[in-house]
Design a protein around this ligand. Structure first.
Ligand SMILES: Nc1ncnc2c1ncn2[C@@H]1O[C@H](COP(=O)(O)OP(=O)(O)OP(=O)(O)O)[C@@H](O)[C@H]1O
Length: 635
């Protein structure tokens, strides 16, 4: 099912039971260590409760022990209470220290599980809708950023501090109940009201960090990346863009964070009434305790224990670093969970996706391609890019798709790969919908206009086309793609890293990269693809090299349906069939100088037929031919 573009726009960390989600992730990541952490939290809280009670008994027994003498039974009793108090005071921090060590290991597993979740959210949907739409990209960007945020990292282990705190509170509740049964619950209500108000304020702040400031922070880090990265280094120096980018980065960051600061200040007001209620309740409790002590209803020992108990109830409202960090972690996990729900994904990732099948033996089989009345427009666009587009390409045919800039040629390629689902109509590869059917997607191999240049060995750059499976006849593919002489010239052959950023690596020219991309596409064909699409992969080639590439491809096309996209009409004239995209009734759809309607096929035939028809294709072809002649036959 395609995900509606707006599905996640309304996502505001609405996930209920956010703490439960966080605990589920803990359980998924490290169940055994989570149990150990719970046990240690119980020990820490238990020790503190024992210390409260034992220290009260110690104080109560001292008078009698002093009167009875050092060797008396009362003195022995006092010693016992003293030992118990000391043991409890020592046990709590020791259990805390052990817990820190266990948390360290367990938190690393939690973080790995969180990363898995983020990566799965990015990669699992086949459509790229959620990555290209700003709201979706923002959600994912925030999730990635969170994992590098110290507050988030601290909050993972903070889970067990928070649990220990709460258990402390339960111990204090029991202790206070030994004085007056109602005092504990009344004070508890006060602390819970305050805690609720603070937690709400905090989650608003953290949720805002994720939903409201994500775009601004992404912009800031984009600008920062331009300043320090390699991609923009040449332009930054050539045009002196450093200062401008730095100002942009600082402004983007400050403007974004100002939003959070304002909300933070506004929200703090809502915590004041519960704070006042809590102060009144505590004052009342201490007043009653003082009166009871004065009237002799409470002994000195009991006074010591109960005072500690009353103070211990603050555990229910404690908002220290651990709790604050936990709030941040939980907000991030809840936001990710909501985003996954909007994408139709379960909270926890399923098994890893299967890569492409290993290279299939035997001759590849060509696929049939159909676009049946397809209408598609990008989110935010005011008109469809293609509208009721009909195109059927029988298996084994070679088709060139031509049209002016922006008419929708690359968009058709994305539809064929199922990367975007159409809003109306059907896309079919061998009768299957590539947006939902993995088998259909594996039938399509594409060299995109801006194909990926992996900073990995040449071998990996080619084998990527077959899901990074080892390909036996790599050299044969290299010969077919004209990559053999490039690989032969590399210092370490197929194992040479194609990036000068790595020791022993090298950079290729644009034309050489395009040959590598063609080899990658042929590797996909070897793995079972029956359609090969070349979306203007030849921009870096001169016209003769482009003609040679296309012609060698047309020779290789046995068992393949080929779709060639190029602006150089002379390069694609030998295709079995040429289709021209444009708006019906003049203009060119979304293209440069285009009309208002989406694109359709406006001309369809062989080169000779289209020239004879004297339409758009003939006009474009003659224009290019005359320019070529004027330039002395050199493009
Ligand atoms: N991811 C996107 N989001 C929004 N609009 C897009 C996106 N990709 C392309 N477009 C728009 O869709 C229209 C068609 O773009 P497309 O890249 O398919 O054209 P094209 O015919 O391949 O152009 P060119 O010949 O310049 O490569 C253009 O108006 C473009 O601005």
């Amino acid at each position: 099912m395609p995900v509606p573009f707006s599905a996640w726009r309304s996502v505001r960390c609405a996930a209920r039971n956010r703490y439960l989600l966080h605990l589920r992730l803990w359980w998924h990541a490290a169940p055994g260590l989570a149990i150990v952490c719970v046990a240690l939290a119980v020990v820490r809280a238990g020790a503190i409760t024992v210390a409260m009670v034992a220290s009260g008994h110690l104080v109560a027994s001292i008078d009698e022990a002093v009167r009875a003498g050092v060797d008396s039974a009362a003195a022995l009793g006092s010693w016992r209470w003293l030992m118990l108090t000391v043991a409890a005071f020592v046990a709590a921090p020791v259990a805390g220290a052990v817990s820190r060590g266990v948390e360290e290991v367990a938190s690393a597993r939690y973080l790995a599980a969180y990363y898995d979740l983020v990566v799965d959210t990015g990669v699992r949907p086949h459509s790229v809708t959620h990555l290209e739409d700003p709201a979706g990209a923002q959600q994912l960007g925030s999730a990635v950023e969170a994992s590098r945020d110290w507050l988030f990292l601290r909050g993972i282990g903070g889970t067990w501090d928070a649990l220990s705190n709460k258990l402390n509170g339960v111990g204090a509740l029991v202790v206070v109940a030994t004085w007056r049964w109602w005092a504990g619950p009344v004070l508890l209500v006060g602390w819970l009201l305050l805690s609720r108000a603070v937690a709400h304020w905090r989650s608003v702040v953290f949720d805002d960090m994720i939903t409201e400031t994500g775009l601004g922070r992404r912009r800031a880090s984009y600008l920062q990346g331009l300043l320090v990265g390699r991609a923009a280094a040449k332009e930054v120096r050539l045009y002196g863009l450093g200062g401008w980018l730095l100002d942009g980065f600082v402004n983007a960051w400050q403007e974004t964070m100002a939003v959070v600061s304002r909300r933070r200040l506004r929200g703090v007001g809502s915590t004041l009434p519960p704070l006042a209620v809590l102060l009144v309740l505590n004052a009342a409790a201490f007043a009653v305790l003082t009166a009871d002590t004065a009237a002799g209803r409470v002994s000195t020992g009991m006074l010591v224990t109960v005072v500690q108990g009353i103070l211990g109830l603050s555990a229910f409202g404690r908002q220290d670093d651990g709790e604050t960090s936990l709030g941040r972690t939980v907000s991030c996990v809840a936001a990710l969970a909501s985003f996954r729900t909007a994408l139709g994904l379960p909270f926890l990732p399923g098994p890893p996706q299967a890569t492409l099948a290993p290279a299939a033996a035997g001759t590849p089989t060509a696929s049939k391609v159909e676009l049946r009345d397809v209408t598609f427009g990008y989110p935010g666009g005011d008109r469809p890019v293609v509208e009721r587009l009909r195109l059927t390409i029988p298996a084994g045919q070679s088709v060139a798709v031509v049209g002016v800039n922006g008419v929708g040629k690359s968009t058709i390629v994305k539809l064929l790969c199922g990367l975007w689902p159409p809003q109306a109509g059907e896309v079919r590869i061998d009768g299957l919908d590539p947006a939902v059917d993995a088998a259909a997607r594996h039938r399509v191999s594409v060299i995109f206009q801006e194909f990926l240049r992996f900073g990995l060995p040449a071998r990996a750059n080619v084998e990527a086309g077959a899901g990074w499976c080892r390909i036996g006849d790599l050299d044969r593919i290299a010969t077919d793609a004209g990559t053999d002489h490039i690989v032969a010239g590399l210092e370490y052959g197929w194992e040479t890293i194609l990036s000068a950023e790595f020791t022993g690596g090298t950079d290729l020219s644009g034309g050489q990269w395009q040959r590598i991309a063609l080899a990658r596409a042929l590797a996909a064909v070897r793995a079972g693809a029956g359609v090969l699409v070349l979306d203007e992969p030849t921009a870096a080639l001169d016209v003769r090299a482009e003609v040679a590439l296309f012609e060698s491809l047309l020779r290789l096309r046995e068992g393949l349906t080929t779709i060639l996209i190029s602006h150089r009409l002379s390069s694609v004239r030998h295709a079995d069939r040429i289709v021209v995209l444009g708006a019906v009734g003049g203009g060119v759809a979304g293209g440069v100088g285009g009309g208002v309607a989406g694109a359709r096929v406006i001309e369809d035939g062989t080169h000779t037929e289209l020239l004879a028809a004297g339409g758009e294709y003939a006009r474009m072809f003659r224009l290019q031919a005359s320019r070529f002649a004027a330039a002395g036959g050199v493009a």
